[in-house]
Design a protein around this ligand. Structure first.
Ligand code: FES
Ligand SMILES: [Fe+2]
Length: 473
């Protein structure tokens, strides 16, 4: 991927109030970003418009609203939305702002309603956002200057994928499939694996952090290096501890950082970590001598049991199955503000239990984000395994979990440093690049690098950020 932007993409290079251009802050040749970008209030406002009002954003999962009339309230950037199921079972996403005088239509986090009535003056709306009427119809409280069609809630485009609900307010932008691009081929193997689909194990956890949303999101674009230091304890204590070899090497997480990393032109990122060592330990056999089916049966993906493996064999292509059995995506991000984790956790009894979680980092101002943690299993996952997955996900990946506590400790420090008169000009650096295009036999699409983790995925995140921020309005 060339690092030089086409001049057309710079037509709308944002200018901050001191005259600095965004393009002065992101050095495409050096792969550096000035820290000021992390916390600048001018940029934050532009991000809400150019990124969060345009991109496809994750707003929930259909298992949260199983019945007709069910709804949840979520945020798309700085805008609150109602995600609702109508009488026909279709899911709609509408702006949670009354077109009369701007009151929130619902102030509840979730509920069930056949119509949504604004508590201020009583205008009523269907779950799909259409205007029903005002309370004093005989007096035509809503006047005659606008038609009923014009008085509905602002509607977003909706895409349902593996039960995940995505929405965008960009009516003319790319389709969901175009936006996901090459990443969808991989994400299908995570989010859309079984006929019954996934389910959320309880409402998402939410936690506010005093940090800019980008500190969490650029890390989510498959930052691997921090694992060795920030999460160092993982290799040192409990069932995750790694024993050094006779020469004292390997007592850390570095073996987990080998594999392939994939990135796309839309800033999505995947770290595909090799399973060979785990499979060799579980089977006592050389993984190269095993078929894909044997490997998947020995170590099924998180949330999948041996009995469910035939379903995977039926649903996926030979190439996708190969990735799932060899180097499946285990962590990574979907642009702009999502992270996925499908990880294999060794247990004290020698078994391995999977955990599946999605995080959405909702911006709440230049210096605040809401960490939203969705914990999943397959609907067909046996209840006892679901209970283990839920416990492990909360222990490790939740907002109070051991791993994510480490991560969220760094973000406020970076956000504060981004305001320092001197430190705001320090640059974030992404100069550890792959010198290869992945293994020759890599069966999947996208930009691929092979070996120890590198910075390419995170730089692709910034590159797409820059592309959107400098795109014409
Ligand atoms: S603000 Fe909603 S009915 Fe008036
Ligand atoms: Fe981390």
């Amino acid at each position: 991927m060339a690092d030089t932007l086409h001049p057309d993409k710079l037509q709308s290079d944002p200018v901050l109030r001191d005259g600095t251009h965004l393009s002065d802050l992101i050095d495409m040749d050096m792969r550096e970003v000035k820290m000021r970008v992390l916390s600048d209030p001018d940029l934050y406002e532009i991000e809400m418009k150019k990124i969060f009002a345009r991109c496809w954003l994750l707003v929930g999962h259909e298992s949260e609203i199983p019945n007709k009339g069910d709804f949840i309230q979520r945020d798309m950037g700085s805008d609150s939305v109602i995600v609702a199921k109508d009488a026909k079972g279709d899911i709609h996403v509408s702006l949670n702002v009354c077109p009369h005088r701007g009151m929130r239509i619902t102030t509840l986090e979730s509920g069930n309603a056949s119509s949504h009535v604004c508590i201020y003056h009583g205008w009523a709306f269907k779950p799909n956002g259409d205007f029903i009427g005002s309370p004093i119809a005989s007096e035509c409280m809503h006047g005659t200057m606008r038609s009923k069609e014009e008085l509905g809630l602002r509607k977003a485009r909706v895409a349902i994928w593996g039960g995940l609900i995505f929405a965008t307010f960009d009516q003319d932008g790319p389709s969901f499939e175009e936006f996901m691009g090459d990443a969808k081929w991989y994400f299908d193997t995570l989010f859309d694996r079984t006929d019954s689909g996934m389910e959320l194990l309880g409402p998402p956890q939410r936690f506010n952090i005093r940090a800019n949303w980008k500190t969490a999101c650029e890390q989510s674009a498959a930052d691997g290096f921090h694992t060795l230091t920030l999460h160092r304890w993982l290799a040192e204590v409990g069932p995750y501890a790694k024993k050094p070899d006779a020469e004292g090497k390997g007592g850390d997480l570095s073996p987990e950082m080998y594999g392939c990393e994939v990135w796309t032109d839309h800033g999505h990122a995947l770290r595909c970590i090799e399973l060979d060592r785990k499979i060799a330990r579980l089977t006592g056999k050389d993984p190269d001598t095993l078929t894909v089916e044997e490997k998947l049966t020995a170590l099924p993906p998180p949330g999948i049991t041996r009995e469910m493996v035939p379903e995977l064999l039926r649903r996926f292509s030979k190439e996708q199955l190969e990735i799932m059995a060899w180097r499946p995506p285990q962590v990574g991000g979907f642009f702009p503000n999502g992270l996925f984790e499908f990880i294999y956790l060794p247990q004290p009894d020698g078994t391995i239990v999977g955990a599946m979680a999605l995080h959405v980092y909702v911006p709440k101002g230049p210096d605040k984000l809401e960490f939203t943690n969705y914990i999943f299993a397959e609907r067909d996952t046996p209840p006892e395994l679901k209970a283990k997955m839920l416990r492990l996900s909360i222990q490790m990946l939740g907002t109070s979990g051991l791993v994510e506590q480490d991560d969220s400790d760094t973000w406020p420090h970076q956000t504060l440093a981004a305001k320092g008169a001197v430190s705001k000009d320090i640059t974030l650096k992404y100069q550890a690049c792959y010198d290869n295009k992945g293994p020759e036999n890599w069966p999947g699409p996208g930009h691929v690098g092979e070996g120890f983790t590198k910075d390419d995925t995170q730089w692709a995140w910034w590159r797409y950020y820059h592309e959107l921020m400098t795109a014409p309005d």
